[in-house]
Design a protein around this ligand. Structure first.
Ligand SMILES: O=C(O)CCC(=O)C(=O)O
Ligand SMILES: [Fe+2]
Length: 332
């Protein structure tokens, strides 16, 4: 199914993560987190060189024959390789999980390569370490958006056991079609509409673009393709539920144009999540005066399992969100 590309770009604040937060930056960030659940970060400390390396090493893995890649995936309890036709015909991904990113990456490499090779795992170890550091800083900043000193009050007690995993994604371009209108470009979904389950997600997307966020009115808005110097951050369901819905976990998707010179789109999504046995329950201070809780308390792992098993949404292509899972029919 194809549809027509829209040309609306959403305006999002850019947070210089290397600098102390000014009151005006905090206020625009806070607005963006509540309205869009998306913002950009810059000066994140990941070099262009590291991204180039990640891209070329990942391509190497994706270039293995399908039969080899399938050996990585379904055999393990964590679905490390997601083949085409799960999320969409154009989507495939490898997952690398923390905290030992090296070991996780190496278990994939060991299945694919005949010879010992640690280039990929070393690089993933470095990227995992950088994303872990960044995620911690981002969670602190996001907590500041909720109230004065909230990072001091809640970071240690609620967020210090978070863990991360990375999804390395290869989108193959759809084949071009005839009868194309010059103004309106035909598009297909590379990754269907979903919300992330994480507390926060950090996305690197290459220059091709295609990431879109759904506005409150249901309109698809483009998120600028960022170059190596800017990353996209979005709020996921866990943070949304913990903040009693104050921070938005927006529906988003990835669209692919039918004619982009046959170039694959490459992206990296790093998900920073609560520990499995965490009971998510918005603290009193987070529930604004006069408001009630909009989610019943739930255990993180149960939500992840609900998402993985829900028929409509085989993990990446999700029809359900935390609202379906823990939305309170009676407010508490
Ligand atoms: O590929 C992208 O740009 C975003 C991927 C994404 O939203 C996800 O994996 O959850
Ligand atoms: Fe996502």
């Amino acid at each position: 199914m194809s549809e027509t590309q829209t040309n609306h770009y959403v305006q999002l604040p850019v947070l210089d993560i290397s600098q102390p937060l000014s009151p005006s930056t905090l206020s625009s960030l806070s607005m963006a987190c509540k309205e869009w659940g998306f913002f950009y970060i810059t000066n994140h400390g990941v070099s262009r060189d590291l991204y180039r390396k990640l891209h070329s090493l990942s391509n190497h893995l994706f270039n293995f024959p399908c039969e080899s890649k399938l050996k990585v995936g379904p055999s393990s309890s964590v679905k490390t390789y997601t083949p085409h036709f799960i999320a969409s015909p154009f989507f495939e991904s490898f997952r690398v999980s923390g905290p030992d990113f090296f070991a996780s990456a190496q278990s994939t490499v060991d299945v694919l390569f005949d010879q010992p090779n640690s280039d990929f795992s070393e690089t993933l170890k470095e990227y995992g370490r950088k994303m872990t550091q960044l995620s911690k800083t981002i969670v602190e900043v996001v907590l500041m958006c909720l109230g004065d000193d909230f990072e001091k009050k809640f970071y240690e007690s609620e967020f210090s056991k978070c863990h991360g995993y990375l999804r390395i994604i290869n989108y193959s371009p759809p084949e071009s079609i005839e009868d194309q209108d010059d103004d309106d470009q035909e598009i297909v979904e590379g990754l269907g509409m979903h919300t992330d389950m994480s507390c926060v997600t950090i996305v690197y997307q290459d220059e091709i673009g295609g990431l879109q966020v759904r506005s409150n009115e249901g309109k698809w808005m483009n998120i600028n393709p960022c170059h190596e110097d800017t990353l996209v951050v979005n709020i996921g369901d866990m943070m949304h539920a913990w903040s009693n819905g104050q921070l938005r976990s927006s529906e988003h998707r990835v669209v692919l144009k039918l004619n982009n010179n046959n170039v694959n789109r490459f992206s990296l999504a790093f998900f920073w999540c609560f520990e499995d046995d965490k009971n998510i329950f918005a603290p009193n201070e987070v529930v604004e005066d006069g408001n009630l809780r909009i989610y019943r308390p739930f255990v993180c792992e149960d939500y992840v399992k609900f998402r993985e098993s829900s028929e409509k949404g085989k993990f990446e292509k999700v029809g359900f969100t935390v609202k379906d899972f823990a939305g309170a029919s009676v407010q508490i």
